[in-house]
Ligand binder design. Structure first.
Ligand SMILES: [Zn+2]
Ligand SMILES: [Zn+2]
Length: 455
C-alpha cells in the first residue's frame, strides 16, 4: 500500500489569495474518483481505520459538518486534513484552511468561518464560459470577506431557483449546482451587486489568506498578547503626557483580554485600527508593536514651531539687537528686555546670562528714558492747560475739573492720573498755592465744596 491510494489532487491557486477551500478540494476529489462526496468520505474513513488501528478520529463524518467549506481549525478539520494529506500525498493541503491560525486565535474558532457556502457569481460565470473547473476560494469562507476581491461583487449565498442557503455541497461535488434542487447556481449579470468600496478589514483578511496560501505564515508564541503588551509599554509614558492635546488613538484594548487569544474579527479590527498587517502581528509581534507606535505618533498634530536656530547665531543676533538699541538712544519709548527677547526668540534669562556687560547699561538707559518721557508728557500737559483752558475754567466748555482732565487726556495723550496731576498743578499756578491749600482744608469739612473759591 502506498501513500497515494487515491488520485493525487493539488489545491488550485496555491500561493495566491485565490487559493481553494478544503471543502472544494474534497468535492473535486469525489468527482475525480467518480463517487459522491459522502461515499468518498466513507471510503476515506474505512481506509484510514485500516491503516491506523485505534485512531478513532476518522469516526467523525465531516461532510455533515456545520460548514461545508471545511476551512476552520477545529479538531474535526485537523483530523480530516491528516487523512486527506496521507490519502493524496499532498502536503500543501493544510493551506486550504485557516489551520495555520490555530493557537494564535480563539481556540473555539469563533468568528472565523461562515456557516454556509459563499461564491462570486462572476467567478462562477467566467469558469463556466471558459470551461475551467469552478472552485470555492478559501477567502470566501471567512466572515470578514463579503465581496469578491477580483470582481468587487457581493458574494452569493443562495440558490437563485429555490433560494436555499447552501449549507452543503451538491452530493456529487458539482460546485455550480444547488445541493437541494440540483439546478445551476449561475445568475444573470443584471442580478449581480457591485460593492465598489473595499469592505472593512478586507485588506487585512486577504493579507492573511495570501500568507497562508503561500505557506509563509509563521506564528510567534503568544503573538497577540506580546503585541498588545509591547504596544502598551511603548506608548504608555508618552500616551499619558500627550493625551491632553486632542490625542485621538484607537480604543485601547482592555487589560483583561490581553492574555487570551483573540477572535479573528478582533484581530482584524485591531490591525485595521493600528494600521498594521495581521500576518506581521502574528509572526513578529514585538517589531509590529514598535511600528504601530510610530504610526500612532505620526497621527499627532504637533504645534508648528519656528525652525530652531543654533545658539551661537542667536547670541550674535541678540548682541547686535541690544547694541543697536543702546546706540540709537532714541527719544521715544525703548522696548523692554522682554520684548527684545521675544523678537530674537530667546528668554530674558538667556540675555542676562550672555550679556552681563550690556544688560546693566540697557536697564539704566531704559530707566532714564522712561523718567524723561514721563516728564515730557507732564510738561506738554501743563503747557496745554496753561495755554488757555485753565484760565477759561469755569466755563460752559470746562464746567468742572473733570472736563479739564478729559480735554487734557484727549489732546496730549497722557494717562488720566497724570492729567489730574497736571490740572492740579495748573490750577495752583493760576490761583496760587495758598488758596489751593485753603480749598483742601474746606474740602475736608465739606466734600461738595467747589474750587476755585468764590471769594
Ligand atoms: Zn469573482
Ligand atoms: Zn436550489
Amino acid at each position: 500500500m502506498t501513500t497515494t491510494d487515491y488520485l493525487p489532487i493539488q489545491p488550485i491557486g496555491l500561493g495566491t489569495i485565490e487559493v481553494e477551500a478544503f471543502g472544494s478540494v474534497l468535492c473535486r476529489m469525489a468527482q475525480a474518483h467518480s463517487v459522491s462526496v459522502y461515499t468518498l468520505a466513507m471510503h476515506l474513513r474505512h481506509w484510514w481505520k485500516r491503516s491506523h488501528l485505534g485512531d478513532d478520529r476518522a469516526k467523525l463524518n465531516i461532510v455533515n459538518g456545520i460548514n461545508p467549506m471545511l476551512c476552520g481549525y477545529g479538531p474535526n478539520i485537523d483530523a480530516y486534513l491528516d487523512i486527506v494529506k496521507e490519502a493524496t500525498g499532498c502536503e500543501a493541503i493544510e493551506r486550504t484552511t485557516f489551520l495555520a491560525l490555530k493557537g494564535a486565535l480563539d481556540p473555539n474558532g469563533h468568528g472565523v468561518i461562515r456557516p454556509d457556502r459563499a461564491w462570486c457569481p462572476a467567478c462562477l460565470e467566467e469558469a463556466h464560459l471558459s470551461g475551467e473547473q469552478f472552485y470555492d476560494r478559501l477567502a470566501w469562507a471567512t466572515k470578514a470577506i463579503r465581496r469578491c476581491p477580483i470582481h468587487k461583487l457581493s458574494l452569493s449565498t443562495k440558490c437563485p431557483s429555490c433560494h436555499a442557503t447552501q449549507l452543503h455541497y451538491h452530493h456529487l461535488g458539482a460546485m455550480d449546482l444547488c445541493f437541494k434542487c440540483k439546478s445551476p447556481l449561475r445568475t444573470v449579470a443584471e442580478a449581480w451587486v457591485v460593492i465598489p468600496e473595499p469592505q472593512l478589514y478586507e485588506r487585512e483578511c486577504l493579507d492573511l489568506v495570501g500568507k497562508i496560501s503561500a505557506g509563509e505564515l509563521r506564528i510567534a508564541p503568544n503573538a497577540y498578547s506580546v503585541f498588545i503588551t509591547t504596544f502598551a509599554e511603548y506608548l504608555s509614558p508618552l500616551g499619558k503626557k500627550i493625551s491632553r492635546f486632542a490625542y485621538k488613538a484607537p480604543r485601547r484594548p482592555q487589560l483583561a483580554r490581553e492574555g487570551r487569544p483573540p477572535r479573528l474579527d478582533t484581530l482584524l479590527r485591531r490591525c485595521a485600527a493600528f494600521g498594521v498587517s495581521p500576518a506581521d502581528v502574528l509572526s513578529d509581534p514585538e517589531g509590529t508593536a514598535k511600528s504601530a507606535c510610530l504610526l500612532e505618533f505620526a497621527r499627532l498634530d504637533l504645534p508648528a514651531t519656528a525652525k530652531p536656530r543654533r545658539a551661537a547665531e542667536l547670541v550674535e543676533l541678540a548682541r547686535r539687537r541690544l547694541e543697536s538699541e543702546l546706540d540709537e538712544a532714541r527719544i521715544d519709548a525703548i522696548p523692554s528686555l522682554r520684548q527684545i527677547a521675544r523678537d530674537v526668540g530667546v528668554s530674558t534669562g538667556f540675555l542676562n546670562f550672555h550679556f552681563p556687560d550690556l544688560i546693566p547699561k540697557y536697564s539704566v538707559l531704559r530707566k532714564t528714558n522712561s523718567k524723561r518721557s514721563i516728564q515730557r508728557s507732564r510738561d506738554s500737559a501743563l503747557a496745554f492747560l496753561l495755554a488757555g483752558p485753565v484760565f477759561e475754567y469755569p466755563s460752559p466748555e470746562f464746567s468742572s475739573q473733570d472736563r479739564l482732565v478729559e480735554a487734557t487726556v484727549e489732546r496730549t495723550g497722557i494717562g488720566v492720573r497724570a492729567a489730574r496731576l497736571a490740572v492740579k498743578a495748573a490750577l495752583k499756578q493760576r490761583f496760587g498755592a495758598k488758596s489751593y491749600e485753603k480749598y483742601r482744608k474746606r474740602r475736608r469739612r465739606d466734600p461738595t465744596a467747589k474750587w476755585p473759591p468764590c471769594d
